[in-house]
Design a protein around this ligand. Structure first.
Ligand code: IPD
Length: 241
């Protein structure tokens, strides 16, 4: 099944997992708010209020899931007064449970995570995605941004097909940075806490701190690497996927 475009997929699994998470959390916390990818697709508002809010992507990497490409994650972030307090990303096929709580560190299956110590962009591995907008002008922009990063040069570019898992790879030190234009708050909320608690930084691709609702992100091991990416691909307005 498709949502915004023919390549923006949703499955019955996405819908069922989201219903399951929301109904079980609601039983314990009936006054809390929810932003869920599939609820928003069904017409619920996508507004982050001051209320305690659970931000849910039931299947991040739906295209991977449909094709049997083994990088798929369930993501649950929790914000109070618009500040993210904890995040859980479960990489289902790899059976890796990434967790973080503000001020308490980040973990994968209970083992502490730390970002890469690399300072040099030309010795870095960078993750990004193609998104789901196939408008040729948008695709040209994505390739032009990738070309700029690749030719810095960097060691390489990768994409797991899941924004959250790309960010967990930043938190684990396997890639130095991940950037994307067109993501939604549910793709990145849970993993944002994990990146920060692993010692990484989150910025808006146009500069300044990450804005969860802006649909742009750079998550990096440190500020200089994040700023180098912004210098190449930032300053352009959003081309949402
Ligand atoms: C998508 C994935 C993909 C990214 C898209 C997201 P979904 O999430 O994270 O890697 O490029 O921007 O929308 O739709 O599979 O939950």
């Amino acid at each position: 099944m498709c949502k915004s475009t023919s390549v923006d997929l949703v499955t019955k699994t996405d819908q069922k997992v989201e219903q399951l998470i929301i109904s079980s959390v609601k039983e314990k916390f009936p006054t809390h708010g929810f932003i869920g990818e599939e609820s928003v697709a069904d017409g619920q508002p996508c507004i982050l209020s001051e209320n305690p809010t659970w931000i849910i992507d039931p299947v991040d990497g739906t295209t991977n899931f449909v094709h049997g490409y083994p990088f798929v994650a369930v993501c649950i972030g929790f914000a109070v007064k618009k500040t993210l307090e904890f995040g859980v990303v479960y990489s289902c096929i790899e059976d890796k449970m990434y967790t973080a709580r503000r001020g308490k560190g980040a973990f994968c299956n209970g083992e502490p995570l730390q970002v890469s110590q690399q300072q040099e962009i030309n010795q870095s591995l960078i993750a990004t995605e193609f998104g789901s907008n196939r408008d040729p002008d948008v695709v040209d922009k994505i390739f032009s941004n990738m070309r700029k990063i690749l030719c810095l040069p960097v060691h390489g570019m990768r994409g797991a097909g899941s924004a959250a898992l790309n960010m967990c790879l930043v938190a684990s030190g396997s890639v130095e940075a991940y950037y994307e234009i067109g993501i939604h708050c549910w793709d990145v909320a849970a993993a944002a806490v994990i990146v920060e608690e692993a010692g990484g930084v989150l910025l808006d691709l146009e500069g300044g701190p990450m804005d969860l609702m802006s649909r742009r992100i750079v998550a990096a091991n440190n500020q200089p690497i994040a700023e180098r990416i912004i210098k190449e691909v930032g300053g352009v307005s959003c081309c949402p996927g």
